[in-house]
Design a protein around this ligand. Structure first.
Ligand code: G4P
Ligand code: NA
Ligand code: NA
Length: 191
């Protein structure tokens, strides 16, 4: 998606060789039209997969996951970080480290919103080491829900997350993949 590459090149801020701040278009401010186009693209790629639910994790994955779920005509479930949990029902919980925040958090999904009948599309904004995504995948496995595939807006292909998920045998799709942030420039994979 050339428009997304252009926006990342114009509005992304390289914070280090590993980290690209995208607050102007994904993580703080969002362009609803662009997000809707990305959701339509994910829906197009996964439309034959008999998806019953889209799953993401709060907070920045929610906009794109919502756009995808709207287009597919299925519910969106967003996993919560522990501190915001208010449900008193039973929950699935996995502990994951966070690359950017340097902390460990618990991610939770109520057992009321996920079942063994579900065929799930996992959507997220950015994948680095994939700890959050793999935590969500462990919950799906414990819930005996089926994972139809994973879609992320930005894959940092110089980090391990996307590769690890593909190696687990799951379908993995990204809208754009960044192969390097070195030398103060964003270099994209040709996709
Ligand atoms: P990982 O799962 O791929 O290993 O990433 P990790 O959980 O360590 O990432 C923690 C958060 O940092 C995630 O957002 C992830 O999207 C974000 N992140 C990782 N690398 C980058 C990067 O280069 N740029 C930006 N902008 N974000 C990055 P989160 O904790 O779910 O926070 P939120 O944004 O959803 O609130
Ligand atoms: Na994020
Ligand atoms: Na995220």
């Amino acid at each position: 998606m050339d428009i997304l590459k252009q926006r990342i090149a114009e509005q992304g801020v390289i914070l280090s060789n590993q980290t690209l701040q995208l607050d102007a278009l994904l993580n703080h401010q969002v362009d609803p039209k662009l997000i809707m186009e990305i959701g339509q693209e994910f829906a197009r790629r996964f439309k034959e997969e008999r998806i019953t639910k889209v799953l993401t994790i709060e907070s920045s994955g929610i906009t794109v996951a919502f756009a995808t779920a709207l287009e597919l005509g299925v519910p969106l479930v967003f996993a919560r970080r522990k501190k915001t949990l208010t449900t008193d029902g039973e929950v699935w919980c996995e502990r994951v480290p966070s690359f950017t925040k340097g902390i460990v958090t618990d991610i939770l999904i109520s057992k009321n919103v996920l079942s063994s009948q579900d065929r799930v599309l996992l959507i997220d904004d950015i994948i680095a080491n994939g700890d959050a995504a793999r935590g969500l995948i462990r919950i799906l496995e414990r819930a005996e829900a089926e994972l139809a595939g994973v879609g992320v807006v930005v894959e940092k292909s110089f980090q391990a997350g996307a590769r690890l998920i593909r190696e687990m045998g799951y379908r993995f799709e990204s809208i754009v993949a960044i192969k390097s942030l070195e030398g103060g420039a964003v270099q994209f994979e040709s996709q």
